[in-house]
Structure formats: structure tokens, C-alpha cells
Design a protein around this ligand. Sequence first.
Ligand code: GLP
Length: 261
Amino acid sequence: MNILISPDLDSLSTRASEIVIAAIRAKPDVVLGLPTGRTPLGLYERLVHAHRERGLDFSRVTTFNLDEYVGLSPDDPRSYHAYMREHLLDHVNIPEGRAHIPDGSCERPGEHCAEYEAGIRQAGGIDMQVLGIGVNGHLGFNEPGASLAAGTHVTALAPETIQANAYAFGTEEHVPHLAVTVGLGTIMHARRCVLMAAGEAKADAVRAAVEGPVTASCPASILQMHPSAVALLDEAAACHLERLDFYRHQQRTWEALADRL
Ligand code: GLP
């Protein structure tokens, strides 16, 4: 995994936006896999800004979101549908039919997952999968113990995820216990993966993901097996990494060689 450390979430968000914007400019019909949560808010803000101020065109971009809570309808303000509308979709020109988010209110979640997975395949697969990470190392809602090879599926949420996401629901009791998530197998088929992690609360999960064994106990560790994964970290999220000095050295070397590699 390529490790790039930024001083804080702001500069990390700028770096992430530069990567996503470059992907859209290089391939206007790019297929993006997108996360929710607090970490990517600055990324979405910068993408909206690039659309408004720099003419970044999303008209041929296709997006597939990673996950959604089971039981929430797309117009529920706590749903990831609402989150995506608020932070990205209402502000850029992605045609409605090209923005895909799992439907947590569907009657047959199993069938819906299979259709969602088929939709990703029909779109030609995900070119760039942007990811956050849970405090327990989850990707999307692939919790510890998840299959490292699964496609889109229904999953139970781990207690620590329910606790971490309670802020959006008022109290823990109101957090749904099930979710639809794109699986780790699908994530691993993406051509590039961009993991974003900020804050000290993520430092242990980041260390396990980057330097620990590849294990379902830390789902994000599967990215060590990905041929083109980059971890964008802020200083706080990187602070438990054992080989931090080496990653910094490597980063300086890459930055110096950037136009020759
Ligand atoms: C949520 C989402 C994940 C997200 C993670 C981190 O549970 N399902 O896709 O990456 O938690 O969220 P945050 O960025 O708010 O820390």
C-alpha cells in the first residue's frame, strides 16, 4: 500500500480531491465507488467547488455508493441517500440514473444486492473506489469477520459501529442493526482504491490495516493485497504506524520523482 501523510484532514481532503479530479479528467466516463461518513465531507466540498468554479464535468461519471442502512427509505434524512444528495449529488451534474446507492427500504434485500452487483459489472467495474475506515477496521459495512471475497450483501453492524454512528441517529437504540454493503471482493476488483483516514481514533485501525496481518479481523487489511491502493492519512491517523519514518522518506522520494515515474 502506498502511504501518503498530510498534516491534517483539510490537506488530506485536498489531496483526495486532486486524485479524484484527475481520474475524472483522465476518463470522463469514470466509474467511482463512493463512501459516506465524516471523513469524506471535505472531499465532496472540493468536488462541488471544482464543478462550480473550474467546470469539472460529471455528466458522464457513474457512481456506486458503498452502503446503506436497512430499513431507511431513500428520503429518510438519516439515510446515506440523503447524505449523498446533501453533500454531492444535488450540487454537481451527475445524471440521476448514473448515481447508484443501495436501497435500504427494498422488500427483498437479497435480490437487490444481486442487482446492485450486476449493475457494477454492467458499468464495467469500479475504476476508483474511495473508502473510509471504521474504528474497528471496517470498509463500507464489512465488519470484522466479513468474507474477504463477498459481493454486495446484507450484514449486521458491529456494536462499535453502532456506537460510532449513533451521532447521526440521536442515540444508539435508533441506529439500524442491518445494512447493505458492497463486499470486500467487489472492492478488491476496483482498479484503484483510495483509503482516507483522519484523527487519532482511527490510528489503531490504520496500523492494523497497513502493518498487521491480512485478516478478516481487520477488513481494511485486505487492501495490502490490492495492486493499486493508496492510504491518505493525516498525522493523527498515522501516529501509531511503526514504520512511519520510512513512509515519510518514501513519500518524499515519490514526490521528488513524481513527473518521472
Ligand atoms: C461508516 C461507513 C463507512 C465509513 C466509516 C467511517 O460506518 N459505513 O463507509 O467509512 O463509517 O466513518 P467516518 O468517516 O465518519 O469516521
